[in-house]
Design a protein around this ligand. Structure first.
Ligand SMILES: C[S@@+](CC[C@H](N)C(=O)[O-])C[C@H]1O[C@@H](n2cnc3c(N)ncnc32)[C@H](O)[C@@H]1O
Length: 272
């Protein structure tokens, strides 16, 4: 677990409670999904990107969804709230999983969102079949794409689909980029766009739509870093100095990687 905790975004995830206190949401009271939306999405472009997934997959109330790498539960709660469907939210890190469970209870969504702590690579395949899999910025942490995609294929219903937001390799990385990806982002392998699609097809998926998002994600990440630096004083009022320093470092490194022109981002929709 130490490896993934090198990524500073995952340090002190309880900082969301400090952000909620700052915006006058009491420590243990009820919450609305909308109260959380600007704090609980650990990916790019917030809930607009979750809306994209809902629309692209046409998620409806009778559907069963698996959210892989669900973080503190933002996308899972939003999908459940918006569509009325059932979601299993699978998260590797226990501290994030516990916060996710607590926030879901406070949103009174526990009947729709079931949080599980575990690794997708060892997710049980018996008796659970999903209409759709969704996953935001998780697969970049997983080197063993064959086991990952085979598992995804096996837990999907016939005609099931998977919506992924992920990194890919546009050009070969420089040594310094590889080091930052490995040490700061816990990312030791990224395929090119053609290899990405090849991995999916080799593991059973038939139709792949690969949409490049590099430019808009680069802009989002640059803007996130600039705004964080501009608002550092306010961040220091909300959080302890260590959190502010670590988030700033993470946001700067992510932006530097995108500006290098070798890191790409994409939405991949794969059909069974
Ligand atoms: C960048 S975060 C995104 C969280 C969430 N999808 C969101 O958008 O708010 C990626 C998450 O994937 C989780 N993760 C990484 N590897 C995983 C694995 N093998 N199984 C389950 N979760 C994993 C990480 O712990 C992390 O919380």
């Amino acid at each position: 677990m130490k490896g993934i905790k090198n990524m500073k975004l995952y340090h002190q995830p309880q900082r969301i409670y400090e952000e909620l206190m700052f915006s006058d949401k009491k420590d243990d009271g009820k919450l609305k999904v909308e109260d959380l939306s600007s704090h609980d999405q650990y990916h790019y472009l917030g809930t607009a990107s979750v809306d994209d997934a809902i629309e692209s997959l046409n998620i409806e109330s009778e559907d069963r969804i698996l959210d892989i790498g669900s973080g503190i539960g933002g996308p899972a709660r939003y999908i459940a709230h918006k569509t009325g469907c059932q979601v299993i939210a699978l998260e590797l890190q226990y501290d994030l999983h516990k916060i996710a469970t607590n926030l879901t209870e406070r949103c009174e969504l526990s009947g729709q969102v079931e949080h599980r702590c575990g690794d997708i690579l060892t997710f049980p395949e018996e008796d659970i079949f999903f209409d759709y899999i969704v996953s935001w910025l998780c697969f970049l942490h997983i080197k063993d794409r064959n086991t990952l995609f085979r598992k995804c294929y096996n837990v999907l219903n016939p005609n099931g689909k998977m919506y992924i937001e992920d990194f890919y390799k546009v050009n070969e990385f420089k040594d310094k980029e590889m080091k930052v990806l490995s040490e700061d982002i816990y990312c030791d392998y990224l395929p090119s766009s053609s290899n990405y699609q090849k991995h999916l097809i080799e593991n059973g998926f038939s139709k792949i739509e690969f949409t490049d998002k590099t430019n808009s994600w680069k802009e989002f990440v640059r803007d996130r870093k600039d705004k964080f630096i501009q608002n550092r004083d306010q961040q220091m009022e909300i959080h302890n100095p260590e959190i502010v320093k670590e988030l700033e470092d993470f946001y700067k490194k992510m932006s530097w990687l995108y500006e290098g022109g070798n890191l790409g981002g994409a939405i991949i929709i794969a059909s069974k």
